[in-house]
Design a protein. Structure first.
Length: 248
């Protein structure tokens, strides 16, 4: 399947959400409720069912983690250095530029292009993603600013339903627990509703914003959508990552 055929449904669902919100068919209260369901129930079920059935030994690939997180931390550091010099205080811009949307856009694209084998690798990235980047953001705010380091705040940011779903699925997998068929069927049904609902909510949320680009926004966008993918690609070349066959 071509990349265009995989990406097109994703953007069509986002556009649908945008149109529904603009025409009043999906008001703010309904969108908030749908978003709460999507991100607190449906998306965690995607991660839970994926990790329950995943061959975890295939996902623990150090080369994949290095190829992704070394560029992510590089972008995080460079953007923070530049913005700190201009603004004179710590900002969240480095985190914004390096924190990707792997749990929403990434799931749809990786599942369509690489199937379950690709999702195993993506789930491995997701397991480390928030902990690493939020941890570095907390350290940066503490060392470069006056904000005290608060481990509780960091842990609270990680205690979101999607991370919990991922960790529970991993625990069930590692413990070799055999869940009843009815429970896995229910979890699978809930997971199937995740991406359509989440993408419609994303489109509806975008309807409330107006495009007013400035230098900071353009710079962060270029770093996030152009520079970081190129650096990750360079990392894959240097680490001889050329396809799924030599990773699993």
């Amino acid at each position: 399947m071509s990349v265009a055929h995989i990406i097109l449904p994703v953007f069509l669902l986002i556009i649908l959400g945008y149109i529904l919100a603009r025409r009043g068919a999906l008001d703010a209260h309904a969108n908030k409720a749908l978003g709460s369901l999507a991100f607190k129930l449906f998306m965690p079920m995607v991660l839970f069912t994926g990790m329950v059935n995943a061959p975890l030994h295939d996902g623990l690939n150090i080369k994949i983690l290095a190829a992704y997180f070394v560029p992510a931390l590089l972008i995080f550091a460079v953007v923070n250095i530049i913005t700190h010099r201009h603004m004179g205080n710590p900002t969240p811009f480095g985190l914004t530029a390096s924190f990707s949307n792997n749990a929403l856009i990434g799931l749809a694209m990786v599942a369509g292009m690489y199937g379950d084998a690709g999702l195993v690798l993506l789930f491995t990235v997701l397991a480390v993603h928030s902990l690493l980047l939020f941890g570095f953001q907390s350290l940066y705010s503490t060392l470069a600013g006056s904000e005290p380091f608060k481990p509780g705040v960091l842990l609270a940011s990680l205690a979101n339903p999607m991370i919990i779903g991922l960790l529970l699925g991993t625990a069930v997998n590692l413990a070799h627990l055999a869940l009843p068929d009815w429970s896995m069927k229910l979890a699978t049904w809930l997971a199937q509703a995740a991406l359509p609902c989440a993408l419609i909510v994303l489109g509806a949320n975008l309807s409330g914003f107006r495009l007013r680009p400035n230098a900071a926004v353009v710079g962060i966008t270029v770093a996030k959508l152009a520079i970081m993918p190129l650096v990750v690609l360079l990392g894959c070349v240097l680490l001889h990552i050329s396809g799924m066959d030599n990773l699993i």
